[in-house]
Design a protein. Sequence first.
Length: 278
Amino acid sequence: MVKIWELYKNSHWVEPFLIGSIFLFVGISAVLYLLIIESRTRKIKQEKLRNEYDLIIVELMYSVVFMDTPFSSVKEDQNYEMFLKDNYFREVLTESVINLHKNYDGIYAIKLEEFYKESELINRSFKKLKNHKWEVKCKGITELAEMNITDAFDTVVAISKSKNKTLKITAINACIKLGGTTGIIHLTEHPYPIDNWTQLNIINAFKKHDIGDTQGVEYLLESKNSTVVALGLKLIKELKFTQKLSHVKELAERAPNTQIQYEAQSVVQALTVNIISK
């Protein structure tokens, strides 16, 4: 300790320390600058590639969707063969197919779905579900749901149990799109509270996909998770599932707590008014 104190009082260490600090600062600054330049250069190059690929993809999609060109012919075409092996091209192609599918329905949507499978773009989406990054998983789930890949349903159900709120909402919305009312039955055993924001997103998903009064929603009322029960009541009320009135009345009589009982009674009144107005 005495030696350290003596060294501290000795001013000879100050100059080399300052010089070392300056060199360290300059070195770190230079490395950061090079990293920024490299990142910027990569983004510019990627953007230029995307613009080139967009032109190729427009021609490819026109050929497949509107000119009925089979993918087997496209795959053998030397103009596309090289690009289809490029990972970045396939990523841009996937985004284009998904965006087109959102804007078309009927026979064109079916052709896009067939192309998505035949070109094996579907495999990229499934691979994203195994990625450790939640945002990549969300992207994969959204792609598979948009393209109506029902084989992904069980995997998406498992992902919907995640504690990550964004991932949970994305997965549940996908379940609803792929499985309708059955897409939320698994929530009956959901162990975690479902907050109001998530409940609102689920209700909006039902409205968006225009899901009618079918079997399934009433099972939520049997859950031991009070937030799941509350979700079931809100769905029945918001979507005017009048055929569920008997289930709501039964819940109102055996409600686990006063809050659920109050909500159930409120839904009973709302459904009764809807029935009378008809």
